[in-house]
Design a protein. Structure first.
Length: 843
C-alpha cells in the first residue's frame, strides 16, 4: 500500500516538476535582526558602555579542538581564533555565528585559521554583509588563497584590519592590537609549540629568498615583505568602555531638582560624567544623585606559541603600561601557551606583574574538557546496539600536574564563562559535563529500544556463523558522514581505511602470524576525503593512539575541492609531522591524490601564510584514470610507492557528475577485495563501470527519495539513486554517507533498502564480515531515533501532499506552466530548523 502510494506520488512529482509553495507556520527567524537594530540606532547613538560583558571558552586548547574564545555584550559578539571545529562547537553549543561582528586572529597558523574558511562560507550564506578580521596582515593573502576553492565570495565584504591599523572601537570596547615578534629569526628551525600543536617550522632551504626578500626591522628580525611571517603573533588588549553611573531620580526629586523638565538633561549629563553641578546656588556632587561608574576594565588575549616569544612579551611596552598602576585595571589575561612557556620563570614573573586582582585563564593541551558532547552521547547510545561497529569514543585523559602559579589561575573548559560586567566572576554553570550513564539510561527508556536490540541479537545468533576466513581488514572507519557544514552529530566528509599489508610476514617468515598480530593491525591507512575537523574526529576516535594511526597514514584521497572534503588536510599534515616525531619515525611527505587544483591552494597558502608544501607529494587524480596518459616519471614513481605501501593492485579514479574536477576512486587490494568511493556525485555511469563487482561501495546519499529535483540542482544523489548505482555495479555491499545536515541523526530509509545496504554514522567501524550484520541494525536504530524519524516523515508527508495538489492543479486547463513559476522558486524552502544549515551550500 505504502509503496503504491509513494509510486503515485513520485509520478505526480514527475509531472508537476515542482514542489509547490512551502507553508510555514512561523516566519523564519531573521539571523541578521541585530544588524538592522543597530542600523536603526544610527551612527550618533551613544550607548554609554555595555551593562553585561562575558568571555566564554569555545575551545579550551586541547589537541582535538584548539583554543578559541567567544566574547559578547548586549551589543556585540566577537570570536578570538577560529581553528578547525570551532564552527561545529559554536553550532552545538548555540553560540550564534551569524551575530559575529569581528573575528580576531592571534597568528597566521592553521591551528588558528583552519576553521576560518568554513566560517566565512557560513557567514556569507547567512547573509552577513560584512565581517572584519583583525590580526596578522597575512590574513589578506589567506582570503585570496581560499578563493581558489570557495569562489569569489561575493555578497560579503571581508575586511582585514592588520595590527598596524588604528585601534578598533565599537559600542562595547576598544581593541588595541599588539604585535609581538619572536626572538628567533623566522625561517630558522625552532621547535614552535603552539597551544595544541607542535609544529617544527622546518627546512629553511624551502624558504626561497629570491621571491621573498628578507626585511630587517627594528628588532633585527628578518621578515618578508608580504609573505608569511611565523615570527609574528598579535596580542589583543581589549578595554571595555566605562559604564556611567545611573541617575537616581528619587534622590534628585528629594533634592528639589527639576525632574521631568527640560532643565534636568544637562544636570544628568554632567553628573554622569562625574562633574558636580550647581543648582539654585547649591553645589550637588555626582555621588549624591548618581550610582558610581563602572571603570573601563581591560582584558588581554595573548598567544605565546613557544619560548622565543617569552622575552618579547615580557619586554613589551604596551603590556607594561597595564601592569601596576594603569588607567584600566586588567581583569583577565587569557594565555594561549603551552606548558613549557607557562613553566618558564620569566613568563611567570610577567604574569605576577599584573598584580593579585588579575585573573589568568589558560588554554592549552593540558585541558581535559569534553567539547563535542553530542558526539559522545550518540556514540554511547549506538554502542548499546553493537559494541564493535560503534566502538566507544576515547575517554577524556586524566588531569595531570601542570605548571603551578602564584597568581589566580584557571584552566580552560568548554563553555566556562568569565563575567566582566556587571560583576567580575567565574561562571561554571554552562560547562559541558559528560555523563555516559545518563545517555545509556535515556536510550534504555525509549519505547521498543531494548526489545529491538534483543530481537536483532537473536537473529544474529540464529543466522550462519560469520565466515572465519574473512579477514578483519580492511577496516572502514567513518569519521565524517554529513555534507556541507560540520554539525554537532555529523562532521563533514572523511573515511579512514585501515589496510593490513603482508609486508611484515613476508619479510619475517619465521615469526608466527599470532606474534605479529599486534604489529600488523592497521599497519597502513588511507583517508578518503578530509573535511574540516577530520583530525579532531581521529583524536576522539583513537585517543592517545592517534599518533600511531597518523604514523601509518600512507595517503589521502581528495575527491574534489568543496570545503567539506579537503579543509581538514592541513591539520592532518601538521599533526602527522608531530606524530612521526613522537614515534621516532623519519619525516617524509604524505602522498595526496587530488584534483590538480588543490595544488594551487596549497601553493598560495604556503607562499603567503605558512610553510606546508614540504608535507605533500601530490599525485594528480587524473593520472589514475583508466587509460590516462602516462604522467611524469616522478608521478609514476609516487603511484608505485602508493600501490606498494598499501599492497594495492590498483588505485583508479574516474570523473564523477558533481562540480568540475570531481573524482571517485576504486582501490583493489592484492588479496582481491575492492573498495569504491563515490565522492560527491549524481548517479554516474563511469563510477558504475569502474566499481564493477566491488566488495564495498561507499556512496553519497545527500538527499532523501522524493527530492530528485533538488538532487539534480545540487548535483547529488538521493538514497535510492545511490543504492541503484551499487546494484548496477554488482557491489557486495553499499554504505551510504554524506547526508544532508537536515538529517542530523539518521537519514530517512527508502523502500529500496535491502540486506546489502547500510547507513554510515560518524565513528562507525565496519569490516567486510560485518556486512550481514549492518542491515539488521536498522530496527534498533529506528527505535533509538524514532522521534527524529517521525518528524522527518511528517515533513515528507506535507511535501508529498503539496506535490499531489500541484499535480492536480496542473491537470486543470487554467493551470498552465506559467502559473507554476512562482511556486518553483520556493521549491527548497523546506530545510532544517537550525539557521546555520538553512542554506545548504553546494558541496
Ligand atoms: Zn561537493
Ligand atoms: Zn560534499
Amino acid at each position: 500500500m505504502w509503496a503504491l502510494r509513494s509510486l503515485l506520488l513520485r509520478a505526480a512529482a514527475g509531472r508537476a516538476m515542482s514542489q509547490g509553495p512551502a507553508r510555514r507556520q512561523r516566519p523564519p527567524k531573521d539571523p541578521l535582526r541585530h544588524l538592522r537594530t543597530r542600523e536603526k540606532r544610527g551612527p550618533s547613538w551613544e550607548p554609554g558602555g555595555p551593562n553585561t560583558v562575558y568571555l566564554q571558552v569555545v575551545a579550551a586548547g586541547g589537541r582535538d579542538a584548539g583554543a578559541a574564545l567567544y566574547v559578547f555584550s548586549e551589543y556585540n559578539r566577537y570570536l578570538f581564533n577560529c581553528g578547525e571545529g570551532v564552527q561545529r562547537l559554536m553550532q552545538e553549543h548555540k553560540l550564534k555565528v551569524a551575530r559575529l561582528d569581528n573575528i580576531f586572529l592571534t597568528r597566521m597558523h592553521w591551528c588558528n585559521v583552519g576553521g576560518l574558511c568554513g566560517m566565512i562560507l557560513t557567514l556569507k550564506e547567512t547573509g552577513l554583509p560584512k565581517c572584519v578580521l583583525s590580526g596578522p596582515p597575512q590574513l589578506e593573502q589567506y582570503l585570496e588563497a581560499i578563493k581558489i576553492f570557495s569562489g569569489p565570495l561575493k555578497g560579503i565584504d571581508l575586511a582585514v584590519r592588520p595590527h598596524s591599523a588604528p585601534e578598533y572601537k565599537d559600542e562595547t570596547m576598544t581593541v588595541f592590537q599588539v604585535p609581538i615578534y619572536s626572538e628567533q629569526r623566522c625561517g630558522e628551525h625552532h621547535p614552535s609549540q603552539s597551544p595544541g600543536r607542535l609544529s617544527p617550522e622546518r627546512s629553511s632551504d624551502s624558504r626561497s629568498t629570491e621571491n621573498e626578500p628578507p626585511l630587517p626591522d627594528g628588532n633585527g628580525i628578518s621578515r618578508t615583505l608580504d609573505g608569511r611571517d611565523p615570527s609574528l603573533v598579535v596580542a589583543f588588549v581589549c578595554k571595555l568602555h566605562l559604564k556611567k553611573g545611573n541617575f537616581l531620580v528619587l534622590k534628585a526629586k528629594e533634592l528639589g531638582l527639576p525632574v521631568g523638565t527640560a532643565a534636568i538633561a544637562p544636570i544628568i549629563a554632567a553628573v554622569k560624567d562625574g562633574k558636580s553641578v550647581t543648582y539654585e546656588g547649591r553645589e550637588i556632587l555626582p555621588e549624591e544623585i548618581c550610582t558610581p561608574p563602572d571603570p573601563g576594565l581591560a582584558f588581554f588575549v595573548v598567544e605565546c606559541p613557544d619560548e622565543g616569544f617569552i622575552q618579547p612579551i615580557c619586554e613589551n611596552a604596551t603590556f607594561k603600561r597595564y601592569q601596576g598602576k594603569a588607567d584600566a585595571p586588567v581583569a583577565l589575561v587569557v594565555h594561549m601557551a603551552p606548558e613549557c612557556v607557562l613553566m618558564d620563570s620569566r613568563y611567570q614573573q610577567w604574569m605576577e606583574r599584573f598584580g593579585p586582582d588579575t585573573q589568568h585563564l589558560i588554554l592549552n593541551e593540558k585541558s581535559v574538557s569534553v567539547h563535542n558532547l553530542r558526539s559522545h552521547k550518540i556514540q554511547t547510545q549506538l554502542n548499546l546496539i553493537h559494541p564493535d561497529i560503534f566502538p566507544p569514543l576515547a575517554g577524556v585523559p586524566c588531569k595531570e600536574e601542570g605548571a603551578t602559579f602564584s597568581v589566580p589561575t584557571v584552566r580552560g573548559e568548554c563553555l566556562l564563562k568569565y563575567q566582566l560586567r556587571p560583576r567580575r566572576e567565574w561562571q561554571r554553570d554552562a560547562i559541558v559535563t559528560c555523563n555516559p550513564d545518563e545517555f545509556i539510561a535515556e536510550a534504555l527508556e525509549l519505547p521498543n529500544f531494548q526489545e529491538s536490540v534483543q530481537e536483532y541479537r537473536k537473529t544474529v545468533q540464529e543466522g550462519p556463523a560469520p565466515a572465519e576466513t574473512r579477514s578483519q581488514h580492511p577496516e572502514i572507519i567513518f569519521l565524517g558522514t554529513g555534507s556541507a557544514i560540520p554539525m554537532k552529530i555529523r562532521n563533514v566528509s572523511s573515511t579512514l581505511v585501515n589496510i593490513r599489508t603482508n609486508r611484515l610476514s613476508r619479510q619475517r617468515p619465521f615469526l608466527s602470524v599470532l606474534s605479529l598480530a599486534p604489529l600488523c593491525s592497521s599497519d597502513k591507512s588511507l583517508l578518503l576525503d578530509c573535511g574540516e575537523g577530520t583530525f579532531g574526529q581521529l583524536c576522539r576516535h583513537y585517543g592517545d593512539d592517534v599518533d600511531r594511526v597518523l604514523g601509518t597514514l600512507a595517503a589521502v584521497f581528495v575527491s574534489h575541492l568543496h570545503a567539506d572534503h579537503h579543509t581538514g588536510l592541513l591539520n592532518i599534515l601538521l599533526q602527522r609531522e608531530r606524530a612521526l616525531a613522537s614515534l621516532g619515525k623519519p619525516f617524509h611527505p604524505l602522498l595526496v591524490v587530488a584534483p590538480t587544483q588543490l595544488r594551487a591552494w596549497l601553493q598560495k597558502y604556503h607562499n603567503q601564510c605558512q610553510q606546508i608544501l614540504h608535507h605533500v607529494s601530490m599525485i594528480p587524480a587524473k593520472c589514475l584514470q583508466k587509460g590516462a596518459e602516462v604522467c611524469s616519471p616522478e608521478v609514476e614513481r609516487l603511484i608505485s610507492t602508493l600501490l606498494g605501501a598499501c599492497d594495492l593492485e590498483e588505485f583508479q579514479t574516474c570523473l564523477v557528475r558533481h562540480c568540475k574536477h570531481a573524482f571517485g576512486c576504486a582501490l583493489v587490494h592484492t588479496s582481491g577485495w575492492k573498495v569504491v568511493y563515490s565522492g560527491d556525485t549524481m548517479p554516474c555511469e563511469a563510477l558504475v563501470q569502474m566499481g564493477k563487482d566491488a566488495t564495498l561501495l561507499i556512496h553519497e546519499a545527500t538527499l532523501e527519495d522524493g527530492l530528485e529535483e533538488e538532487a539534480v540542482e545540487k548535483t547529488h544523489s538521493t538514497t535510492s539513486q545511490a543504492i541503484s548505482v551499487g546494484m548496477r555495479m554488482n557491489a557486495e555491499f553499499i554504505m551510504l554517507n554524506h547526508f544532508s545536515q537536515r538529517y542530523a541523526k539518521i537519514p530517512l530509509f527508502s523502500p529500496d533498502f535491502n540486506d546489502k545496504v547500510g547507513i554510515a554514522f560518524d565513528h562507525m567501524k565496519v569490516c567486510f564480515r560485518d556486512f550481514p550484520t549492518v542491515p539488521k541494525l536498522t530496527a534498533p536504530l529506528k527505535a533509538l531515533f524514532a522521534g527524529d524519524i517521525e518528524e522527518m516523515e511528517e515533513r515528507r508527508e506535507k511535501r508529498e501532499l503539496r506535490l499531489v495538489r500541484a499535480a492536480l492543479l496542473s491537470r486543470e486547463p487554467a493551470g498552465g506552466p506559467a502559473d507554476r513559476k512562482p511556486q518553483q522558486k520556493r521549491a527548497h524552502a523546506e530545510e532544517p530548523q537550525n539557521p546555520q544549515s538553512k542554506k545548504v551550500r553546494a558541496n
